[in-house]
Design a protein around this ligand. Sequence first.
Ligand code: HEC
Length: 370
Amino acid sequence: MKKHIKHHSITVAVVLGVLALGAGAFVYSGIYNIGADDHHTKPVFAVLQTLRERSIQAHSQDLKVPDLNDPQLILKGAGQYAAMCTQCHLKPGMKDSELRPGLYPQPPNLSQTQVDPKEAFWVIKHGIKMSAMPAWGGSHDDPTIWSMVAFLQKLPAMTPAQYKDIVAKAPPDDDMDMGDEAGRSHSHGGAAADMKDMPMPGAASHGHDHDQDQAADNAHAPEAATTSAAETPLSLQGMTPNAAPQAEAVAHAFQEALQRGDRTAALALLAPNATISEGGSTQTREDYANGHLGEDIAFLKDARITPVSLSSMLMGDNAMVGSESEIRTTIKGKPLSLRSREMLDLKKFGNSWKIVTIHWQSTPLTEKGS
Ligand code: HEC
């Protein structure tokens, strides 16, 4: 019995040794065809595929995913993707590239493939060994990589025209300076990122400042407003009139509801988790309903509002609407003219668009101010 076991162990050892030698000889012989145009056998492919999938899953499972519906993040990702990824991963309307057919494994057509956000982030950051997929983490920070992931979530639903459109509006690939702002700290990256620091709220938001008695020494009073002119203005860049007509209609309805003092109608257009940013602070829908909304309504009641521009951008179920207007009113007997900008993020819930974030900013129109 004991002898038997010993005998078996020797056999196993010999077999393993022979296999190892065989493997060594195989590797060394040069028989193996490492050419990318010679494909793996089915069993080898299956093993590699499992190795790849499990490795990516295991390494990515603990990642924290930021808000991938942030329009500015998606927009940034569009620019990144267009600049670096289409030769291998294609784009809507692109059948193939010169590079792609020669690659093995062949890069998936990401304009037709929905990717898991965590796995995609990990793969983009670290690349995949023995494949053409580079590790972009060496040259791109995490927020930038999340912007690509955010864009990839929308890409499969895009038509060639929509793709062209969004890429044309995207910030150029090389503006990596916005750092964390793109994905984390608040809902807007890029030029719009600085909005939360604006000392001046916008059009509809002036009520709570100017209808108060201490309006004159309030930070938002006209004199203080002058300083805000030096700050980065809220950017309406990349938007075109009528790009998202339904979202524009909601923006319009919201402004009208505020002007005619219809609280219920105004609140009905806000998503339950909506945030309202004005004058450097961000409020929830509930805070706003209980506070500034009433003041905004009071302010707008006596104001004369001249619309200057209204434009939008559509990204699948998300849209941005930017507008500018001139507001003329009288505060404690003094005439006040403001140029106000409003930026809304909207999201489609079922068949209706709701406002998810509001940013307001305004500057005094000194040249014709009185
Ligand atoms: C030189 C070609 C090449 C470029 C450029 C490239 N990739 Fe890839 N990528 C690949 C290949 C090949 C794979 C598949 C590797 C595999 O399956 O082992 C891949 C896989 C991926 C995956 C995983 C897809 C899935 O279904 O799991 C994602 C996500 C991805 N790439 C994103 C990007 C992004 C974003 C860029 C641009 C920043 C990019 N890639 C640029 C070749 C490329």
